[in-house]
Design a binder for this molecule. Structure first.
Ligand SMILES: *[C@@H]1O[C@H](CO)[C@@H](O)[C@H](O)[C@H]1NC(C)=O
Ligand SMILES: *[C@@H]1O[C@H](CO)[C@@H](O)[C@H](O)[C@H]1NC(C)=O
Ligand SMILES: *[C@@H]1O[C@H](CO)[C@@H](O)[C@H](O)[C@H]1NC(C)=O
Ligand SMILES: *[C@@H]1O[C@H](CO)[C@@H](O)[C@H](O)[C@H]1NC(C)=O
Ligand SMILES: *[C@@H]1O[C@H](CO)[C@@H](O)[C@H](O)[C@H]1NC(C)=O
Ligand SMILES: *[C@@H]1O[C@H](CO)[C@@H](O)[C@H](O)[C@H]1NC(C)=O
Ligand SMILES: *[C@@H]1O[C@H](CO)[C@@H](O)[C@H](O)[C@H]1NC(C)=O
Ligand SMILES: *[C@@H]1O[C@H](CO)[C@@H](O)[C@H](O)[C@H]1NC(C)=O
Ligand SMILES: *[C@@H]1O[C@H](CO)[C@@H](O)[C@H](O)[C@H]1NC(C)=O
Ligand SMILES: *[C@@H]1O[C@H](CO)[C@@H](O)[C@H](O)[C@H]1NC(C)=O
Length: 875
């Protein structure tokens, strides 16, 4: 075993960095003792008959069959950082009328342009627990992308899932609950793709923190490491938790997946064959393409055979003018290191995703914005400063999305506490306190990529952002409401005006609304010592002191929180002077209108917390790694907590929480009764998938004469730093510029890496059905319950269906289904939730399949993870 480990490592290290010679045996041994990733080869080729993909693959086959080798390489290789208008583009195929495809951020809007909308964060839409709103948000974002010429919108996010609450990018995703995230992924993807834009499920996988995700970035912060973090995740946890929402993404037909920066089991996300070949393509039957995160590729041939299909942004490091692919991929196919079928498969996957959402290649209209500038005129090749022309058309793609954004912001607001002060009804005197109610003095887009926490927080920071077309602040919206009502209104938009604040809120009959926040984002920006990840779970800018001060002076204090996840409310949440607490997430451009709608009861709140509000940071169990723990080698993050994150951990530890997962109040009341179980007629035994794929197909021929691959300088000029598929010379060693050039596949690729023979289907896979064995989605039980609105006003209720799988290692309960139902006063509605075979199974690593255990299973229907009104045993 040790021998195998060491051999594995030698191989992996050699493949990864051609460093084998530089490492001594001691270092190798040290590394061999760490978690490692089993090889999975060859890379599964596409299945042209897969459900939902057949038509797209028929078109892709017709198109790809006509392509030359250079054209195929063009499709797979980004042209370099800043080489064209979008954050990433691949080469064009002018001969067949396909313009360069545009890959562009973000999961909440179109980044770095103008006349676009700034949508609520993924986490905020998750809090609506409303599938329709998740879909409509996706659709609206897809439309905006399409309207700017974006072909692949880089979202939605299920990695991070939210293993630890301080994770910097948790707000970009949905929830630490895999089912809620899975629903968010599927609905968003369907929305984006129905609007004609390819979605991108990211970051695959285990990308749970910002610290140490990239070597250069970490070194910039003074951490002396030479490899990125390794998230070490066991197979069961992978399936039952982190992979789960990606399965839903694949089932929803997602066109692309982005592999992540960090390593899993000490193998980089974008060259980990177990992840891309094994889990994503073989087991889940993913038919689209895998693109690298920006600079997350570290090898050429090795990443190709491990399952990577597109490199972004194409250069080895930004603006190097060199690429692991491009000319290198052309050479690797010509010299037989990367099998031709693998390149064909990449091209087929990319074009199938394209045809899944587009009709024809020549129908694409031009990209009409530039990410790099808002100037109307500028160089189209930004990095090279070349070809000055009009590059921004400032197309207004917002349509009426502002209404949807306002609606999601209100419906995603969670009323955590209300002792009766809400809803407001023409209050006599409103005092609004706190910087978070106001605007950023430098403007809503005053900090690049929203990299500051000045003024109200309506999104986090990093690449997961979009510029605000406007930002309605809480102060502006609440003042407008107050003026309309004839209320007196004063706001103090500073956390540090204690005497003025005291004077204001100590007056008689004041309704004081305190706005506080926390912020987080992506690792490339440091805000107040938070390098992406939050360094603590407390409020920023003395928010706690502000709340404590106001509530000590005013017996009607309402607290509104904008944050990227939970903050610690422990010191003040139960103060009786605090009559209401609301979490408003990151609501986007209509922030003030959304919160006003809720505070004044124009929207009866029904948002549910998509995470747990613990009393202490330690109470969450799992936490981030803030200091390297493996010398200069890859920091090791062992996910030893398994599936026990967020509410699963609190339940296991049996600790009380401030507000539980799924909690949220309404201005009306509901009563639950009459739980029933139906067993649809699906008693068929589970049949593992058997059989083999067909052998790897290839499409089209190619010449082996290197003269055919040389840069055609008579046709167009070489753009500085641009990545092309061409060779500079017919001398392959010189053309590759790689000192190690000449090694054969046998010498440096793992066994079977170039095999093209028929391969067995994994038993849990679905053959023709992406997302796994069809029978995993058989509904085994339908659970119904009656919900009566016992209050005086109409409202939405969010019934939640949980299961206990009953085993000693199972979480106490796990969310499996939910709905958001509008119910009029006095009326009763029926909630209907389903439990599929997957919902009732555990992943069995020995069998490599989902298995329903012998343990007694129970279904619960309730209003939160700790208010389980009804329960029923399943036979
Ligand atoms: C990581 O290692 C664990 C423990 O050996 C194993 O169960 C799991 O499948 C591995 N995952 C990957 C992606 O290599
Ligand atoms: C590759 O793409 C570039 C633009 O990115 C284009 O100029 C070139 O003609 C393409 N090459 C081929 C062979 O299609
Ligand atoms: C080819 O890849 C190697 C690394 O594997 C790199 O050093 C070299 O610069 C690349 N060549 C080109 C032409 O981009
Ligand atoms: C084939 O080309 C690739 C990419 O440049 C290179 O890494 C490899 O060493 C070459 N192999 C042979 C046998 O020439
Ligand atoms: C902007 O680009 C989109 C998509 O390519 C296109 O539909 C639209 O007509 C373009 N508008 C302008 C003004 O260029
Ligand atoms: C405060 O409200 C009470 C009850 O509505 C009222 O009697 C009192 O006059 C009000 N005080 C002021 C200063 O408006
Ligand atoms: C937590 O971090 C925020 C943001 O950097 C900072 O304002 C606050 O003071 C920190 N809290 C504590 C208790 O240190
Ligand atoms: C809270 O009140 C005290 C006493 O007035 C003051 O010293 C402190 O600065 C205040 N803090 C905040 C954040 O309002
Ligand atoms: C509540 O507010 C009143 C002022 O209205 C103050 O006298 C009292 O001390 C406050 N109570 C608490 C627990 O802060
Ligand atoms: C290929 O040729 C171009 C144009 O002369 C040059 O800019 C580039 O650096 C060359 N690339 C390599 C890897 O030699």
């Amino acid at each position: 075993m040790q021998l195998k480990f060491a051999a594995q490592w030698l191989l992996a290290v050699a493949v990864e960095h051609s460093l084998a010679n530089d490492l001594n045996l001691q270092q190798l041994e040290k590394r061999a003792a760490l978690a490692y990733s089993e090889p999975f080869y060859p890379s599964p080729w596409m299945n042209p008959e897969a459900d939902g993909w057949a038509e797209a693959y028929a078109k892709a086959r017709e198109f790809v069959s006509q392509l030359t080798l250079l054209e195929k390489v063009n499709l797979t290789t980004g042209v370099g950082w800043g080489a064209e208008q979008c954050v990433g583009q691949v080469g064009a195929i002018p001969r067949l009328g396909l313009r360069s495809l545009c890959m562009h951020d973000s999961p909440l809007g179109i980044r770095g342009t103008d006349f676009n909308s700034a949508f609520p964060s993924g986490q905020t839409v998750a809090a609506t627990f409303d599938r329709g709103l998740m879909y409509r948000r996706g659709y609206a974002m897809g439309k905006e992308a399409k309207g700017k010429g974006v072909d692949v919108l880089l979202g939605p996010v299920a990695g991070p899932l939210g293993r630890a609450p301080a994770g910097g990018r948790n707000w970009e995703g949905f929830s630490p609950d895999p089912v809620l995230t899975g629903v968010g992924m599927a609905e968003t993807i369907k929305g984006i793709q129905d609007a004609g834009t390819i979605a991108c499920a990211k970051h695959f996988i285990g990308n749970e923190q910002e610290h140490f995700r990239q070597v250069g970035e970490s070194q910039g912060y003074g951490f002396d490491i030479t490899e990125t973090l390794s998230s070490n995740i066991d197979d069961k946890t992978m399936h039952e938790l982190y992979l789960w929402p990606f399965v839903d993404a694949v089932r929803a037909g997602v066109g692309s997946v982005m592999c992540s920066y960090q390593q899993v089991n000490n193998s980089y996300g974008c060259q980990n064959s177990k992840l891309m070949n094994g889990l994503l393509k073989a087991e889940l039957g993913f038919q689209g393409f895998v693109m690298s995160d920006w600079q997350a590729q570290h090898t050429g041939a090795a990443s190709a055979v491990a399952g990577l299909d597109m490199t972004m942004p194409g250069d080895t490091v930004f603006n190097s003018g060199l690429s692991y692919w491009g000319a290198n991929l052309t050479l690797a196919v010509l010299n037989g290191t990367v099998p031709a079928y693998r390149l064909d498969d990449m091209a087929m996957r990319i074009m199938a995703a394209f045809f899944k959402v587009n009709k024809k290649v020549d129908e694409l209209e031009p990209i009409n914005f530039s990410f790099w500038t808002l100037d109307t005129y500028g160089p189209i090749h930004w990095a090279a400063g070349k070809d000055y022309q009009q590059i921004n058309w400032h197309v207004d793609v917002r349509a009426d999305h502002g209404n949807l954004i306002r609606d999601i912001g209100a419906k995603g607001t969670v009323l955590l506490k209300n002792t009766g002060s809400l809803p407001l009804k023409k209050p006599k005197f409103v005092a609004v306190i706190g910087e978070d109610a106001g605007s950023n003095p430098k403007g809503p887009n005053g900090c690049a990529d929203r990299g500051c926490d000045d003024g109200t927080a309506a999104m986090g920071w990093g690449s997961g952002t979009a510029s605000f077309p406007y930002l309605v602040t809480p102060d502006a919206a609440l003042q407008a409401q107050a003026v309309q009502d004839g209320s007196r209104y004063e706001s103090i938009l500073s956390n540090y005006a204690a005497s003025q604040t005291k004077a204001l809120v100590s007056q008689d009959n004041v309704t004081a609304i305190v706005f506080v926040n926390a912020d987080s984002g992506e690792g490339f920006i440091n805000v107040d010592g938070n390098i992406g990840d939050r360094k603590n779970l407390t409020l920023w800018k003395d928010g706690d002191a502000l709340v404590k001060n106001v509530s000590s002076w005013c017996s009607n204090t309402i607290v509104v929180i904008h944050s990227p996840g939970p903050v610690l409310l422990t010191e003040w949440y139960d103060n009786p002077n605090i009559t209401a607490i609301l979490w408003a997430g990151f609501p986007g451009q209509e922030s003030g209108n959304s919160i006003t709608d809720v505070l004044y009861g124009k929207v009866n709140p029904a948002g549910r917390s998509p995470f747990t509000w613990g009393a202490t940071r330690e109470g969450y169990g799992a936490d981030l790694l803030y200091k390297p723990n493996n010398g200069r080698d890859a920091p090791q993050q062992d996910f030893t907590e398994g599936v026990f994150i967020d509410y699963r951990y609190f339940d296991k530890a049996n600790t009380s929480v401030i507000y539980e997962f799924g909690h949220g109040l309404s201005y009306t009341t509901f009563e639950y009764s009459n739980i029933k179980v139906e067993k649809p007629d699906h008693s068929s035994e589970y049949k593992p998938t058997t059989g083999k794929t067909s052998p790897a197909p290839t499409f089209g021929n190619y010449s082996t004469d290197l003269n055919d691959y040389v840069f055609p300088s008579d046709e167009f000029p070489y753009v500085y730093q641009y990545i092309y598929p061409y060779l500079n010379t017919t001398d392959p060693k010189k053309a590759s510029a790689d000192p190690h050039y000449g090694q054969t596949a046998e010498q440096f690729l793992p066994p079977h890496a170039t095999d093209s023979s028929a391969q067995p289907y994994p038993r849990s896979s679905g053959k023709n059905s992406p997302g796994g064995n069809r029978q995993l989605y058989d509904v085994l039980y339908t659970i119904t319950a009656d919900i009566k609105n016992t209050g005086a006003i109409a409202g939405d209720e969010v019934p939640q269906l949980y299961v206990s799988l009953g085993g000693p290692d199972d979480p106490k309960i796990q969310l499996r289904d939910f709905d958001r139902i509008r119910i009029d006063p006095g009326q009763t509605a029926t909630f209907r939730g389903t439990l599929t075979r997957r919902d009732l199974s555990n992943w069995d690593p020995a069998v490599q399949d989902w298995v329903i255990s012998e343990h007694k299973k129970t279904a619960y229907v309730g209003r939160s993870s700790r208010k389980l009104d009804l329960s029923v045993e399943l036979d």
